[in-house]
Design a protein around this ligand. Sequence first.
Ligand SMILES: [Zn+2]
Length: 179
Amino acid sequence: MRCPFCHNPDSRVVDSRETDEGATTRRRRSCPGCGRRFTTVEEAVLAVVKRSGVTEPFNRAKVIAGVRRACQGRPVDEDQLAVLAAQVEDAVRCSGSAEVPSHEVGLAILRPLRDLDEVAYLRFASVYRSFTSAADFEKEIAEMRAKAASVAQMATADLPPPVIPRSAAGPPDPTAPGD
Ligand SMILES: [Zn+2]
């Protein structure tokens, strides 16, 4: 890293620490030419590929702006939006790819938004999934109800998971050709 003071092409790292839960690394550097110190911040680039093929850095503020529109008039505050954007970023980073298509960012928004506010979720989903009729809303709402019911069932069920008996597949067939 070039020294910003004397433009010496080399510098020495004297300290390195992770910040923002490991998302960035700050390095304290020392210039062997002029002896001055400066700090660099290193962050893995997460790029979003738009439908046009253009890539841009992932931006939490953009996620928040999009979700905020869907949340107009809903009891959702800025803190909740910030948490949601962080969840979206985590989910997108967990995909393990340095470049994610923008529709995957949209998908990553849907789940936490559904937990946050169902009306905002329906608004967002209606735009994102291009709902064209009331029937689209009805279908989505029916799916939401079914999911909510299955979650409630899982939470209350104390039955052991189903066990498929081995004998159901029948005994191995000795006449079957081997490999
Ligand atoms: Zn220097």
